[in-house]
Design a protein around this ligand. Structure first.
Ligand code: GDP
Length: 194
């Protein structure tokens, strides 16, 4: 199972001791073109709009989720906006991140290899208790699949990560990715703090 803990949760402006309103930095990593921006737009705006890129230079999008016990979790979702090409800049993105979503494209073995590079990078330089999810996107392109789901599952299991296949195009599993995995991880963190 993924390691979980409160130390990389950044308290919100509401105050450091206010466990009811948490702010969580979430970073997306993965090869250019795997669908990171589309996943974020699908989640935040409920749209699939490949022409609407997340603005380069914008720091993040945010989305607040309310849990049953009236805790709110504000996700600050950082998209690398193409800068993942410049490896030296990467640590700026994942510093302080509580959650990392590492995305590949199921039609691209190269992107799967790149995802594994990012996992190693985060294991070396990310927060020790970072929660990581491995995401095989473009699951609607079954006839062009080159990365079997089993490969993703196996790699994720070995590395203590969540795994899911998504399609930003059809919206398959997008809400599950954010709501189930991360709310679960935050809930376990909150009960740990209580
Ligand atoms: P990024 O560079 O990782 O942010 O990738 P983008 O979000 O810009 O998407 C790259 C391309 O992949 C765009 O042309 C999207 O239309 C396409 N795309 C993204 N997600 C999906 C998906 O789930 N299915 C399909 N078929 N295409 C997708």
């Amino acid at each position: 199972t993924a390691s979980r803990g409160p130390s990389s949760l950044n308290p919100g402006s509401e105050g450091a001791n206010d466990a009811k309103n948490l702010k969580v930095k979430l970073v997306l990593l993965g090869d250019s073109g795997v669908g990171k921006s589309c996943i974020v737009l699908r989640f935040v705006r409920g749209q699939f709009d490949p022409t609407s890129k997340v603005t380069v230079g914008a720091s993040f999008l945010s989305q607040t989720i309310a849990l049953q016990d009236s805790t709110t979790v504000k996700f600050e979702i950082w998209d690398t906006a193409g800068q993942e090409r410049y490896a030296a800049l990467a640590p700026l993105y994942y510093r302080g991140a509580a959650v990392a979503v590492i995305v590949y494209d199921i039609t691209s073995p190269e992107s799967f290899a790149k995802a594994q590079y990012w996992v190693k990078e985060l294991q070396k330089h990310g927060s020790p208790d970072i929660v990581m999810a491995l995401v095989g996107n473009k699951a609607d392109l079954q006839d062009r699949r080159e990365v079997p789901a089993e490969n993703g599952i196996e790699y994720a299991e070995k590395n203590g990560m969540f795994f899911i296949e998504t399609s930003a195009k059809t919206a398959d599993n997008i809400n599950q990715l954010f709501e189930v995995f991360f709310v679960e991880s935050i809930e376990s963190c909150c009960s740990h703090m209580a």
